[in-house]
Write a protein that binds this ligand. Structure first.
Ligand code: NAD
Length: 256
């Protein structure tokens, strides 16, 4: 097993990419902390892990609130005594909007969920990693942060570009004890992707939308949450011990 007894906090761990990662990390021996706002899917994910003999807890968390994040780290320490891996994965899509019609509240919502969240959870987890002498932080960016495709997504695309820059800045600051890397997936079939693409899906239906998208991808398929989870597993494990500041595309070649 690749994460035996490592304590891993996964934000957004009860849905989509985070959930696939929670299952994979638990299967690889990690003690998993699922941190998200939604209770139902968070608790269901913990129950599924425990059913298979794994260890996990759910901590209801709003990653945009310092108070809530401080409590997440305290509850993690109470349950498992340490933090070795932090997967900053929770995030929000943007309501599509041309820049001149973009509401300030929508802009702030996207930046709070996608960028401020990483600042906050990292801020509170890092002292514990420093005490332990090591740690691995993984952030979820997006191919849209490198190559924005299509209009009306300025807040989302630029927030994910910020995640990439933040990853590199943290990698420099936290070396040599703590490694910081990020993943940047293309479209992954999750609730977020379906919400973000709702207008297009309404026009064509999901199957046609998916076919059209897959025709653009060199590997000719949409990414799965598990594709991203395997990238996170590599970055969390000692196999990537010489990697920091790396931004790994999970995109079937779309970004080439
Ligand atoms: N699905 C895609 O196509 C895609 C592509 C590239 C990047 N991403 C990124 O992957 C990450 C995971 O998204 P997903 O596609 O699995 O979507 P998802 O909707 O399945 O999961 C998002 C998770 O984030 C949590 N979350 C959102 N705001 C929160 C907050 N304030 N506090 C606590 N939890 C909060 C939600 O509860 C949910 O668990 C996001 O950062 C997203 O931007 C997704």
């Amino acid at each position: 097993m690749r994460l035996t007894n490592k304590v891993a906090i996964i934000t957004g761990g009860g849905s989509g990419i985070g959930q696939a990662c929670a299952y994979l990390f638990a299967q690889e021996g990690a003690k998993v902390v699922i941190a998200q706002r939604t209770v139902t899917t968070g608790e269901a994910t913990v129950a599924a892990i425990k059913n298979k003999g794994g260890e996990a807890i759910f901590v209801q968390t709003d990653v945009t609130s310092a108070q809530s994040v401080a409590q997440l780290v305290q509850k993690t320490l109470k349950a498992f005594g340490r933090v070795a891996v932090l997967f900053n994965n929770a995030g929000s899509e943007q309501k599509p909007s041309p820049i001149e019609k973009m509401e300030e509240a929508e802009w702030d919502k996207v930046y709070d969920a996608n960028v401020k969240s990483i600042f906050l959870v990292t801020k509170y987890a890092v002292p514990e990693m420093k005490k332990a002498g090591s740690g691995s932080i993984i952030n979820t960016a997006s191919l849209l942060g490198v190559r924005p495709r299509g209009p009306n997504q300025t807040a989302y695309c630029s927030s994910k570009g910020a995640v990439i820059a933040l990853t590199k800045a943290l990698a420099v600051e936290l070396a040599p004890q703590i490694r910081v890397n990020c993943l940047y997936p293309t479209l992954v079939d999750t609730p977020l992707a379906r919400r973000a693409s709702a207008e297009k899906i309404k026009e064509t239906g999901w199957a046609e939308f998916k076919r059209g998208y897959e025709s653009l991808v060199p590997l000719k398929r949409m990414a799965t949450p598990e594709d991203v989870a395997y990238g996170a597993l590599y970055l969390a494990s000692e196999e990537s011990a010489m990697l920091t500041g790396v931004c790994l595309p999970i995109d079937g070649g779309l970004g080439i």
